[in-house]
Structure formats: C-alpha cells, structure tokens
Design a protein around this ligand. Structure first.
Ligand code: CAA
Length: 380
C-alpha cells in the first residue's frame, strides 16, 4: 500500500492550489453575491488543462487519472465551491460520458471545445417531478427520419444557463422503464431548446443553475450516446464517477472551514486568552481534522478504484460522497459555531462555506440515495 501522491499528482495539486489562492480567492465572495458565472477564470483553468483532466491529449485533454481530478476539484472547491462544481460537471458529468460511451465522431466533435473552455458542459437528468427517482422522468425522444424529437423539461441543471453542450436523458421507449431511457448530446443552439427559470440558490450561487426546456427539439441521430436504451446505465455509470468529485468538493469545503476556524480561534480572545486554548474548541478541531482526513482517504480510494479499472465501484463512490458530504456540513457548522456571532455575518468566509456545504447532501444523489446504493451492494 502506498499513500504517496505520484509526482504528477503532486505537481497538479501544487499548481491548482496556487491558482486557487491567487486567482479564485479574490473573486469567490463577489460571485457568491452577484451569482455571476466566472467565465474569465474558467478560460484560465482551460489553459491549465483543468476542464478535461482525464480526457486523452488527442481530444484536447490533459490525460491525468481520476485521483488527480479529485485532487484538482478539492483544491478549487477549498477556495470557491461554485467554481469547483462548474469544473466537476464539465469533467465528470459531460466529458466523461462522451469519452466513455461516445463514438469516435462524437469524441472528436464535442471533447475539444469542452476541454478548451470554448464551451462548458451540463448534465440534463433531473426534472421537476423526477429527482432521486430517475425512472420517473417524463422527457421523451421520438425517432423521426434522421433525428429524434425531444420534448421535456429539465430542472436544477448546474451550468445550464451558460453551457454549450449538454448530455440529456429521455425516454425512447417508456414501456421498457429504465431500459427505455436513452442519452443524447444536445447543443445549445438547437432550435426548440430554450432556457427556463434561473434558480436563485442558497449556496454555489455562481453556477448558472437553470431549467432547460425542449419543445419538439430535433436532435440529429448521430448525437445518440451508445445505443437506444443505454441511457440509465450511462447515467448511473457516470454518477459513479462524478460522485467522487462531489466527495472531493466536500473535502475542499470542509478543509476551508477548518482553516478559517483555526485562524479565527488564534485571533479571538475570550476570558483573557485566545479561544484556541480552550478544550471545547480543541475537541472540535480534533474531530474536524480527523473527519476531513477520513473523507479525503475515501475519496482517493474511490478514485483509485476507477483508475485501477474496477468494473463497478458504486459502493466506494457512494461511500465517499455520503461521508464527505455529511462531515462537510458538520465541519462548516462547527466552524461557524467557533466564529460565534461574527460567523453569522457576511464579513466572514464561513458564512459562505456554511451555505455552500448544504448542497453536497442533495445533488448528484441525496445522502439517502447514497445509502441505498451502499446497502444494496452489501445485501446483493
Ligand atoms: N452502474 C451500472 N449499472 C447500474 C448501476 C451502476 N452504477 N446502478 C444501477 N444499475 C443497473 C442495475 O444493475 C439494474 O440493471 P438490470 O435491470 O440489468 O438488473 C438497473 O440499472 C436498474 O437499477 P436499480 O433497480 O438499482 O434502479 P432504481 O430505479 O432503483 O434506481 C437509484 C436506483 C440508486 C435510486 C438511482 O435512481 C439513483 O442514483 N438516483 C439518484 C439520481 C441522481 O443522482 N441524480 C443527480 C442528478 S445530477 C446532478 O445533481 C448534477 C448537478 O447538478 C451537479
């Protein structure tokens, strides 16, 4: 067993850490307030190769492994959770399914613009009446000549308002339930595709979270990913990968919350001494640091399972997403508690971290869904 990062992973970590501290940190509080999509930084990250981390170089990517991707997402999210998930969605929810399930033409067409930052990606799965229960989706794609006619509404789509390339799921045969769902690549300028409600979110506010509306949208047949009916498995397989990145995002947010609490506790005095000297505060620090380390190891292990080529790592990915999300929410809560009343104001970073953390337990499968995935694997 080797716990050392490889020299490539270490180099990437140093590079992303530096970039996050110099370029993302100054704008993170601003975009949290304005909810402005951080295009300028996205373009800079494209130049660093962070938009196609696992994509082979021949399609414009950086050809790193999945542990590296998790390391990058942690470092970005430590400073800006919005940017962290924007990058995660582009990498693991958009480039990944195209890379894994697309044919050569699709990879050549869609991966280079997603890696170069010319276009950002999004994942059109959730609907107003179908979140955890994917099979309850109502969107349909009817074959007609050389295209499919897509109808339906997708809701809560991260990057939705700014994305140029979407991986979208719809029924091609509703009677077949999960075996009747198909996956498509949809381009933003397709006639019949419009944007609906922009969500005013509690946290990760700069993520252009938006509704997608498809009304008789003609999708060329060559945009079908895999075969008709492969959609559910493409979706689940993709989420197995992307949940590792949400685990990494959670570790980044939690680490930031701990760092802020330590810093504050050394400055803030009560009863004649810095509050970091008090055992109740120290107890919280010990718990927070231990939980963060455990979560990080679960994230790395899930990434390692993917890199090793394990055919199924749903349990490992769900465990890291579930655990890291829940400790991130708890660590952010404790950090705010340590900050006292000041932590409840917008003058302190922890207020943003506390709001950003909550989404971790909701998106890319709620914590309850992760427990279902883990328990089903244990009892199969
Ligand atoms: N890999 C491959 N195949 C899988 C699989 C996986 N991970 N998971 C399930 N399958 C297969 C099963 O083996 C089964 O196959 P057979 O029919 O051949 O036996 C089939 O798929 C159906 O599986 P289930 O019976 O387990 O399906 P289910 O309907 O009970 O659903 C679920 C299971 C875990 C609840 C699933 O629906 C799920 O993960 N829901 C959550 C959806 C989700 O995460 N949404 C997030 C939206 S994306 C997002 O949030 C992006 C963003 O904004 C950042």
């Amino acid at each position: 067993m080797n716990f050392d990062l490889t020299s490539d992973q270490k180099m990437l970590q140093d590079q992303v850490r530096k970039f996050a501290d110099t370029e993302l940190a100054p704008v993170a509080p601003e975009i949290d307030q304005s909810a402005e999509f951080p295009w300028e930084n996205i373009k800079k990250m494209a130049k660093l190769g962070l938009l196609g981390v696992v994509v082979p170089e021949k399609y414009g990517g950086s050809e790193f492994d999945f542990v590296s991707l998790a390391i990058a997402i942690e470092e970005i999210s430590r400073v800006c959770a919005s940017t962290g998930v924007i990058v995660a969605v582009n990498n693991s929810l958009t480039t990944y399914p195209i890379l894994q399930f697309g044919n050569e033409d699709q990879k050549n067409k869609f991966l280079p613009p997603l890696c170069s930052g010319e276009k950002i990606g999004a994942f059109g799965l959730t609907e107003p009446n179908a979140g955890s229960d994917v099979v309850a989706m109502e969107a349909t794609a009817r074959p007609e000549g050389d295209h499919y006619v897509l109808n339906g509404t997708k809701r809560f789509i991260t990057n939705g308002g700014e994305a140029g390339i979407f991986v979208v799921f719809a029924y091609t045969n509703k009677e077949l339930k999960h075996k009747g769902i198909s996956a498509f690549v949809v381009e933003r300028d397709t006639p019949g595709f419009t944007l609906g409600k922009h969500e005013d979110l509690m946290g990760i506010r700069a993520t252009a979270n938006c509704e997608l509306i498809f009304e008789d949208t003609k999708i060329p047949k060559e945009n079908l990913l895999g075969n008709e009916g492969d959609g559910f498995k493409i979706c689940m397989n993709t989420l197995d990968v992307s949940r590792i990145d949400i685990g990494a995002q959670a570790v980044g947010i939690a680490q930031a919350a701990l760092n802020e609490a330590i810093k504050y506790s050394k400055e803030r005095k009560a009863f004649g001494q810095p509050i970091c000297n008090f055992q109740m505060i120290q107890s919280m620090f010990a718990e927070m640091a231990t939980e963060i380390q455990a979560a990080r190891l679960l994230v790395y292990y899930a990434g390692y399972c993917k890199d090793k080529g394990m055919p199924r790592f749903s349990r490992e990915s769900a465990m890291c997403k579930y655990y890291a999300s829940s400790i991130a929410v708890d660590v952010a809560r404790k950090s705010l508690q340590i900050h006292g009343g000041y932590g409840y104001t917008k003058d302190y970073t922890v207020e943003r971290l506390y709001r950003d953390a909550k989404i971790l337990e909701l998106y890319e499968g709620t914590s309850e869904v992760q427990k279902i995935v883990i328990a089903r694997d244990l009892t199969k």
